[in-house]
Design a protein around this ligand. Structure first.
Ligand code: FEO
Length: 405
């Protein structure tokens, strides 16, 4: 893979990560992910964000550095927009190869460099409004953007070129190959990356949506021509596309409009909850409301989160298990809570064996979720004909609510 020139003096490097290892140790990346870094050349040279040694990343990184005539000892500054180790873990090796490199981050970022990596020298704290002059007219400005996605986060801006180095913000899952710019991908490829950006957002960023909105307001006045994130596509033709996408995502769990669709999440031990769910689906289909459907635990929560995050409606179908919720659904609800899934219209249903219990635990769990619930339906064992009739009606009721959302 080659380094890609954004301008004569700014270069995008990226490592394509293709691995069965989970991102953050949690999230599957069947289509890979990229770790992006950027080199900015003035009289001095700055490297913006780094990588961790992962699935061949460092070999790719070094080859691309070499292709633009930069060796480790020629890097004067390492700018760390964010300290999460996917962008920093190689820092100890970099420091071994170049002990004089000055590391620049926010005060919280520098504290993390000290405490996390035990590096104590050649550190510089910056804050919003500070700038770094690389010479030859190349000046980098810094903007603190806390909690996108950790508290120490900042973005770096090359005002002369209009390039915003945004780290996790505006990022996506999905490896890229040799192309990195938005104008190099087809409409179908963009549709794929849009899905992967939503999944990335729902998995990693959604807990911090309020901060995303704040950052968008703060950065709104900057003359941005290029958005250069630390994961995924570099947006040089239509940066507004990814900005608008993130603005929309940030509203999904902060009171904004949700999509008029339903995400069905279901688990079933012996098929009786599934039999009831089929009646609900018939009701939803009768109202012609689009839906996605995920069986748990067969489908990883990462994919459930993506579809459930944007949907105005949820169907949660699970049996009682040991007097409580089917455990995989309890896990999903825990994730919904952590990521502040709010404002949903929801139908819960499920069968029980010798006694119920899911209803009680479920209602306690969602008490603070600010959801609107259609009256739930439960039954023992095989659903009776009248249960199925009622379930179909409840499916229709939910679908109508979603349509009127
Ligand atoms: Fe890509 Fe929050 O690190």
């Amino acid at each position: 893979m080659k380094a890609n020139a954004i301008t004569d003096s700014v270069f995008a490097l990226h490592a394509d990560i293709k691995t069965s290892t989970l991102f953050e140790g949690i999230w599957p990346i069947p289509h890979g992910v990229t770790l992006n870094s950027y080199v900015v050349k003035g009289e001095k040279t700055a490297l913006i964000d780094l990588a961790k040694d992962w699935a061949g990343s460092i070999g790719q990184f070094e080859a691309q550095l070499a292709s633009i005539g930069v060796s480790y000892d020629k890097i004067d500054y390492l700018i760390l927009n964010h300290l999460e180790p996917d962008h920093t873990a190689f820092i100890l090796e970099l420091r071994k190869r170049n002990p004089k490199v000055e590391i620049i981050s926010t005060a919280k970022g520098v504290a993390m460099v000290r405490n996390f990596f035990k590096i104590t020298e050649n550190l510089r704290e910056v804050k919003t409004g500070d700038a770094l002059d690389l010479g030859k007219g190349k000046v980098l400005e810094f903007f603190e953007t806390p909690n996108i996605h950790w508290p120490e986060t900042m973005m770096t801006f090359d005002r002369a070129e209009g390039i915003l180095f945004s780290c996790d913000a505006f990022g996506s899952y999905g490896s890229l190959g040799d192309r990195v710019f938005d104008d190099e991908f087809s409409a179908d490829e963009h549709a794929f990356y849009e899905k992967e950006s939503l999944r990335y957002y729902a998995n990693i960023v959604a807990s911090f949506s309020a901060f995303v909105t704040k950052a968008l307001e703060k950065l709104g006045s900057l003359p941005v021509k290029v958005i250069a994130p630390s994961h995924g596509i570099v947006w040089r033709k239509n940066p507004g596309v990814i900005v608008e996408r993130y603005a929309k995502y940030a509203k999904y769990n902060t009171g904004g409009e949700l999509e008029k669709e339903i995400c069905i999440v279901w688990g079933s031990m012996y098929g009786y909850t599934k039999a009831g769910l089929d009646a609900v689906i018939a009701g939803i289909e009768a109202e012609k409301v689009p839906y996605t459907i995920h069986q748990i635990p067969d489908t990883d929560a990462s994919f459930v989160l993506a579809d459930a995050y944007k949907a105005a409606g949820l169907v949660l179908a699970m049996p009682t298990y040991e007097y409580k919720m089917f455990p995989p659904m309890a896990h999903i609800l825990d994730l919904f809570e952590r990521k502040h899934f709010t404002g949903k219209k929801v139908l819960r249903l499920g069968s029980w064996g010798w006694v119920g219990g899911a209803k009680k635990e479920y209602e306690e769990k969602i008490a603070g979720f600010k959801w609107t619930s259609v009256e739930s339906v439960e039954w023992q064992g095989v659903p009776a004909k009248e249960d199925l009739t009622l379930l179909k009606e409840r499916g229709r009721e939910l679908a109508k609510l979603v349509k009127s959302n």
